[in-house]
Design a protein around this ligand. Sequence first.
Ligand code: ATP
Ligand code: MG
Length: 265
Amino acid sequence: MTRVYTLVNQKGGVGKTTSAINLGAYLGVYGQRVLLVDLDPQANATSCLGIDKRSVRTGMYEVLIGAAPASPHILHNPRYKLSLLPSSPALAGAEVELIEVEHRETRLRDALAPVMDRYDYILIDCPPSLNILTVNGLVSALNGVLVPVQCEYLALEGLGQLTQTIQRVQKSLYRDLKLRGVILTMYDSRTRLSSDVVAEVRKYFPGQVFDSLIPRSVRLAEAPSYGQPISTYAPESHAAQAYDALAREVLVQDGIPTPAFETTR
Ligand SMILES: Nc1ncnc2c1ncn2[C@@H]1O[C@H](COP(=O)(O)OP(=O)(O)OP(=O)(O)O)[C@@H](O)[C@H]1O
Ligand SMILES: [Mg+2]
């Protein structure tokens, strides 16, 4: 069974891409076949995995506008056990071009359908907006939405708007869309603010926040410049352990056995 999760938060820089890559990498470490879908014209997920976004001749843009199927354009990196449907700056054009197109909200879901069976997990990395690209991401989120929230002042700001968008998509496009979980990112254990935010977010989303707190980590910020996930760049770091724990939480909740879970906790 393939599980499809979409990482969304219209706030910029909260850790959507970092979480998509590193959660994906650790799901791969646990033997899952993972496809990362870069749905952002910034193409950060593509760049962070060491691919020059300007070199992407055919990617998310062509797939969304129907000029190409997804399958031949998926890149596989055996070292990180991650596959990637890359993006490029051209994707910015899709927003305008899709206005005229029929079924514009289900383009991504339709495009992924033929490749679904090849993966255990598909993680879709959205841009920081609630535009047609993100709506495509939401409609494709067959098993729910993952919302990274940065542990900082005004962390909850904008989440009402996101909830409204999710409700609108539920009403008109995908009735079963649900929140899969909130990922707390850039947690700083030295600050009172971070622990206040954790408490506040847990109160706002009772029972829906993952236990694993992703720490603020220089190693995590550095890894993309080496084109690597944290699982290979700095596997001993706290940040790596946190994404490892997050992956195990996801697997356990999804009913997938993870032998290391008992031994490392
Ligand atoms: N836990 C962390 N500790 C330190 N730096 C982090 C952490 N998580 C992410 N970053 C850094 O913060 C910046 C924003 O992170 P990221 O790109 O993952 O956010 P995003 O939500 O995808 O942003 P955008 O909305 O622009 O797509 C990046 O430079 C990233 O390397
Ligand atoms: Mg991003």
